[in-house]
Design a protein around this ligand. Structure first.
Ligand code: KG4
Ligand code: ZN
Length: 334
């Protein structure tokens, strides 16, 4: 087993977060400062506003994470930071803070891919078992990743347009629901029936890619047409029908990927894994298929730094350090 104590920093979107993780899986502290309330009035994340808020918060959030973990800088093995993908201005704040920390303390620097972080959220609950397939569905990404072992990632599929969470947020917006819309659609859908006819985009046979922009347009068209014809559509039914379409495709492709790779471990990750319908449908389907499903607790589904510290711990184990010339990369490949 690995001995390590890693400080994680995450600022890729609208959460300023820092955390300390021991030996790759033991959560010592997990501090998250969300900007959600600030961005809500704009109906989405405003990059410049996000960056400024990160600047104001990042230093004290790091101090708090170290305090709560009761560790000093001298105890740390490494400082791991989200290098990308994400909003470049937002990423830069975390990367600059991590570099300054590393330079001032001599603690080695590690860059972490945000998607890798999301997958490692589950590792903080129970060790990941390999080989595995992970469905990562968030506001910025919808990807299927194969991991033969720690720290190795192979992308099997990705969205060709909108991410699943982005589709939730955009559909919520046309339905006048607050930002971020995912949780609101989830709640509203519980009171509706998924009877409205909306498309499922399967793409080519056997494709593991996703596409959600057609579905989003179909929802918008349905709303506009019904308004013009004076027909009332129940919002709860619309939420349920939209959600059912997203969930059906996500579940089917995740199971398909798992079968194609011949693995029996499926790890759900990213903000959309908080969705109750997705959790239920995937759990039921995995049970039928004899697949072990791992779902992170709600507080580790959305962006946090504990997952970055956990993923960073395995880069530390493998000696994958970054230099002080490391840059934030908005579209960093996995
Ligand atoms: O992982 P995350 O916190 O940030 C990114 O890396 O993007 O994911 C945020 C996304 C948002 O689009 C949000 O609407 C969605 O996750 N989300 C949900 C739910 N909770 C959060 N989507 C559907 N149902 C939910 N319950
Ligand atoms: Zn994320």
């Amino acid at each position: 087993t690995m001995k390590s104590l890693v400080l994680g920093i995450e600022t890729s979107c609208d959460e300023t977060a820092a955390a300390v993780v021991e030996d790759g899986y033991l959560l010592k502290s997990n501090v998250i400062s969300s900007q959600m309330e600030i961005h809500r009035r704009f109906g989405g994340v405003v990059p410049e506003v996000a960056s400024r808020r990160h600047v104001e918060r990042v230093t004290s959030i790091i101090e708090q994470a170290l305090d709560e973990a009761k560790v000093t800088k001298e105890d740390l093995s490494a400082v791991a930071v989200t290098q990308g993908p994400g909003l470049v201005g937002a990423l830069l704040i975390g990367v600059s803070a991590a570099k300054a920390f590393s330079f001032a303390t001599g603690v080695p620097l590690i860059g972490v891919h945000h998607i890798a972080g999301h997958i490692y959220a589950s590792h903080l609950v129970e060790p990941l078992r390999f080989p595995l397939v992970s469905l990562v569905a968030s506001g910025g990404h919808t990807e299927l990743i194969y991991m033969p072992e720690h720290n190795r990632f192979e992308r099997l599929g990705r969205t060709r347009d909108d991410a699943a969470g982005e589709a939730f947020d955009k559909v919520a917006r046309v339905m006048d629901l607050p930002y971020p819309g995912g949780p609101h659609i989830d709640q509203l859908a519980k009171e509706g029936s998924p009877h409205l006819n909306l498309p499922r985009s399967w793409l080519e046979p056997n494709s593991l890619d996703f596409s959600f922009s057609g579905l989003k347009s179909a929802v918008i068209n349905l709303l506009h047409n019904s308004e013009q014809r004076g027909v009332k559509i129940e919002k709860a039914d619309l939420a349920a029908s939209f959600q059912a379409s997203v969930v059906e495709v996500l579940v089917e492709k995740a199971v398909r990927a798992t079968r194609m790779k011949g693995v029996s471990e499926l790890v759900l990750a990213g903000g959309v894994s908080a969705n109750s319908a997705l959790r239920e449908a995937l759990a039921a389907r995995c049970q039928e298929e004899g697949i072990t499903l791992r779902v992170p607790p709600l507080n580790l589904c959305t962006d946090n730094a504990a997952m970055i510290a956990a993923a960073g711990s395995y880069r530390f184990r493998d000696g994958q350090f970054a230099g002080l010339d490391m840059n934030a990369i908005a579209n960093l490949p996995l």
